[in-house]
Design a protein around this ligand. Structure first.
Ligand code: MN3
Length: 206
């Protein structure tokens, strides 16, 4: 993402669907809070941290600039991750329900079968300790798909992978609806993955 110094403001991306459009998998209350409160907070905190960063930088105050890096990483990661998350979900009636043919080909090549991929992804994403994300990414050097599990809001680019899709397993993403049953949430979200946009991401990555 590029930052224009004169308008140093990131913004919430537009949603392609209504808050209720992902029901019954994710209810409208979660969607509204997640987007309007949580994602908005990452955006606000990112903009605030960047403003301080640029001000410190312009005064050659490296110590202050460095002290802001953690906040930039956390909130910038939160903004990147959620922007991807909204874009790889779609209403169930528009979803393919299973990987597109091209995605299927790649999943079989790199994991043996779609079921094998799904099983390991599901199991380890459910098992993330505390807050984090499970990701399917593309490794440009090895020319293959890889799964990765990251804590907090660390973006997948920190692992040198191109993100294809990610599942947010912070409690704010599911607790109001699924309570402690994170596994049910991770399983259900498969039904609203937008495999067409995931495949587009793969084509762009390759
Ligand atoms: Mn979240």
């Amino acid at each position: 993402m590029l930052l224009n110094e004169h308008s140093a403001h990131y913004k919430l991306p537009d949603l392609r669907y209504d808050f209720s459009a992902l029901e019954p998998v994710i209810n409208a209350e979660i969607m509204r809070l997640h987007y309007e409160k949580h994602h908005q907070a990452y955006v606000n905190n990112l903009n605030a941290a960047l403003e301080k960063y640029h001000s410190a930088e312009s005064k050659k105050d490296m110590a202050t600039a460095l002290s802001l890096q953690e906040s930039i990483r956390f909130n910038g990661g939160g903004h990147i991750n959620h922007t991807i998350f909204w874009s790889i979900l779609c209403p169930e009636k528009e979803a393919l329900g299973q990987p597109s043919p091209k995605m299927r080909e790649h999943l079989i090549k790199d994991f043996g079968s779609v079921a094998a991929f799904q099983e390991i992804f599901q199991k380890k994403t459910t098992a993330i300790q505390g807050s984090g994300w499970g990701w399917l990414g593309y490794n440009k050097n090895l020319k293959r798909l890889e799964i990765a599990w990251l804590s907090n809001q660390d973006p997948l680019s920190t692992k040198n992978l191109v993100p294809l899709f990610g599942i947010d397993v912070w409690e704010h993403a599911y607790y109001l609806q699924y309570k402690n049953k994170r596994n049910d949430y991770v399983q259900a979200i498969w039904r609203i993955l937008d495999w067409k946009s995931i495949e587009e991401r793969l084509i762009n990555a390759i």
